[in-house]
Design a protein around this ligand. Structure first.
Ligand code: MOS
Length: 700
């Protein structure tokens, strides 16, 4: 990767690559994760999950298990502490799974039915595996399809958007693409499984956890257990990946219950298999896209209907149909999301929720339209570039999609491309290239921060941020250094503690922008104070910030990051294997704080897009309602050998409304990546693949 688009400033400031500040701790094993933080008198909980997809628990035969070595308790719906699951949390009403062990109903395979607590994990596990649970089973339905009875359009923001007369514009179109695209159930399985340790300490509940927002988890636990919010402290120092799955989950709740019942510290760690039903996943989608255009490719109609599933207990919508709303001008727009309730676990936010599958469908359809119009796919997108939000009518913040395509096309060698499909052959390989656009909304949430000038000349930043592995701690170090006008080495950033006060979560690609805003505000204030002169007292000088007012006064705009994805593939005509040979992503995603970790974010997302295009697919057994192969052997994803040279770069795109120009980069890397690969497969073979993953058996 090169960063020639911006001049390199001095080391340790915004815009220059800076090694992860906790990198040494992590690679030497000194960094402690939630599952390994030591505690005296620690007891260990092991989850027992339902084996039926629907029904009631008839009996839990805990007596024999209670007599096993080391076993301290068997918690279940018959004896667990009561909770108040009726609260309104940060995301509204919580998933009723927070009422774990409050009733005997089983709504899916893998629902928690018991927690065995013992002196050691081995004892807990042995006892948990010996526990006999009997069910009154009921018929279940886990078969997803767009035509499923009872599928509905949910209430709520963003589910339906319409503009213009769709039918009339389609009828007046010279070229029409009308196609269905599907993506399968996909899972995020972060390297570090979900883990929490809970203990009571002098009347205060302390939880050591792995999450995307310690204050978020602390507040929800306080509501659930009817505690004074000030009496709950959640810490989350290091996090081995999250991707949308690390909010309030059953492991924290059950650790708190067990710690309360036993009056000693209890840790609950999920297994890899348990994660498949307990931490959320990406719903399968079935999407119909209709595009109508004039002979010259100008869009008259854009219709995107996206279908997904949710559980019977909670409504989560993978809102894939929203992707096109800020993207392309068209006389008529319609985008609608529909969802069906099945006897499956509740899906959740998973990296670029909505945009990832939505971009696969719409950006594939645009490639099909370019073929019909006899146009270059980039020229087609340029022809439909909007002046204002195509549906909202709102002005854009910075919009540099075409700059991404220009730079990407130049770097990728797009100008030399022969548009004809299926004509490049190298031995038994057919070769092709493809492109697709990317976008992701730019979000910011109010945050508070404290910056202290220490007597020894260093600076300490305290903020309730969460570094899920992205390099957020390092980015904040650079941002604080810039605000204070000091070298990054003099700044120490402390995060992951609910006692640091309210702050954005690490979600929606909003973390660095939201926290950076607060850290910058406090840092600049402190710098001004220090400029007045005077000694620093032993306790230091602390300045606090709260961005609520500034964030609240932002004007309404279409604020987005954009990107252009390129892929080259080779398709083996004898086996159907698709090999990605190279990928390039060029992004307009605000000012880049740390090129080193930003590049990792982008290529991580792009790699995931490759994996989504070619490998990932969770298979549900209709008979049992559970997964086939719910582990990292059975769930196939891209390994090192599948991943070629991936390059990511960016164009200048500072956000005018952010104090330092940040937009956010966490999610856009995956957006459009699968479509670029699928479009390249078409270019190689002449065959459209509208169903992911593009497995060898589908290619042949
Ligand atoms: Mo991200 S899917 O908003 O954690």
């Amino acid at each position: 990767m090169t960063t020639t688009t911006t001049a390199a400033p001095v080391t340790g400031t915004v815009g220059a690559s800076y090694t992860r500040v906790e990198g040494l701790e992590k690679v030497t094993g000194a960094a402690r994760y939630a599952g390994e933080v030591p505690a005296a008198e620690l007891a260990h909980g092991w989850l027992v999950l339902s084996t039926v997809a629907r029904g009631r628990i008839r009996s839990i035969e805990s007596d024999p298990v209670r007599a096993m070595p080391g076993v301290l308790a068997v918690l279940h719906h018959g004896n667990a502490p009561r909770v108040d699951g009726n609260y309104v949390g940060m995301l509204g009403r919580p998933d009723p799974i927070v009422e774990v062990f409050q009733h005997d109903r089983v709504p899916f395979v893998g629902w928690p039915v018991a927690l065995v607590v013992a002196e050691t994990t081995e004892q807990a596990r042995e006892a948990a595996e010996a526990l006999v649970v009997r069910y009154d089973e009921e018929p279940h339905d886990v078969a997803f399809s767009a035509g499923h009875a009872g599928i509905y359009t949910p209430d709520g923001d963003g589910m339906l958007a319409e503009k213009g007369d769709l039918a009339a514009e389609l009828a007046a179109s010279v070229h029409v693409v009308d196609a269905e695209y599907t993506t399968p159930e996909e899972h995020h399985s972060s390297m570090e499984p979900h883990a929490a340790m809970a203990r009571w300490d002098g009347g205060r509940l302390e939880v050591v956890d792995s999450n995307q927002g310690s204050m978020w988890v602390a507040q929800e636990l306080a509501k659930l257990f009817s505690l004074d919010p000030a009496s709950v402290r959640v810490r989350s120092e290091h996090i081995g990946g999250a991707f949308g799955s690390k909010g309030v989950r059953v492991h924290q709740i059950l650790a708190v219950m067990a710690a309360t019942v036993l009056d000693r510290p209890v840790r609950v760690v999920m297994t890899r298999r348990q994660m498949f039903s307990l931490v959320g996943y990406r719903s399968p989608t079935a999407q119909r896209v209709r595009l109508g255009a004039d002979a010259d490719g100008r869009l008259r109609a854009l219709d995107h209907q996206a279908h997904s599933l949710t559980s019977t207990v909670h409504e989560f919508v993978e809102a894939s149909a929203g992707f096109g709303r800020p993207m392309y001008a068209a006389d008529a727009h319609r985008s609608v999301n529909r969802v069906v309730r099945l006897d499956v676990p509740t899906p959740t936010f998973m990296r670029a929720p909505g945009e990832a599958p939505g971009s696969f469908a719409l950006e594939s359809a645009l490639d099909e339209l370019a073929e019909r119009c006899g146009m270059d796919p980039i020229a087609l997108r340029a022809r439909n570039e909007p002046d204002v939000g195509p549906v909202s009518g709102l002005p854009f913040g910075s919009r540099n999609l075409l700059a991404c395509f220009d730079e990407g096309a130049r770097r990728f060698g797009w100008a030399d491309r022969d548009p004809r499909p299926g004509v490049r052959r190298e031995g038994r390989w057919l070769l092709g290239t493809g492109t697709a656009a990317a976008t992701f909304p730019v979000i910011v949430a109010p945050s508070t921060a404290a910056v202290t000038a220490e007597a020894d000349g260093t600076f300490t930043v305290r903020i309730g941020a969460s570094d899920v592995g992205t390099g957020a701690r390092t980015a904040l170090t650079l941002l604080a250094a810039e605000a204070l006008d000091v070298a990054g080495e003099r700044v120490h950033v402390r995060i992951g503690d609910s006692d640091f006060g309210p702050a954005a979560i690490s979600g929606g690609s909003m973390g660095t922008r939201s926290w950076g805003w607060a850290v910058t505000a406090a840092g600049r204030d402190l710098r001004e104070q220090l400029a007045l002169g005077g000694d620093i007292p032993p306790q230091g000088i602390t300045v606090r910030s709260d961005t609520s007012a500034a964030v609240g006064s932002l004007t309404q705009k279409e604020r987005h990051s954009f990107g252009a994805q390129f892929a080259e593939v080779a398709v083996d005509v004898t086996t159907g294997e698709v090999r990605v040979r190279r990928m390039l992503g060029v992004f307009a995603a605000g000012r880049i704080v740390n090129p080193l970790t930003a590049r990792s974010q982008f290529i991580g997302g792009m790699t995931w897009g490759l994996s989504m295009a070619l490998h990932e697919e969770a298979v549900r057994d209709q008979a049992t309602g559970g997964h086939v192969g719910a582990d990292l052997a059975g769930y196939h994803f891209a390994a090192n050998a599948d991943v070629p040279l991936i390059e990511a770069d960016w164009v200048d795109d500072p956000d005018a409304d952010d104090p330092v120009g940040i937009k956010g980069i966490g999610e856009i890397g995956i957006v459009g990546a699968a479509a670029a690969v699928a479009n390249a497969v078409w270019h190689a073979t002449g065959v459209r693949h509208r169903h992911l993953p593009i497995r060898p058996d589908r290619v042949l």
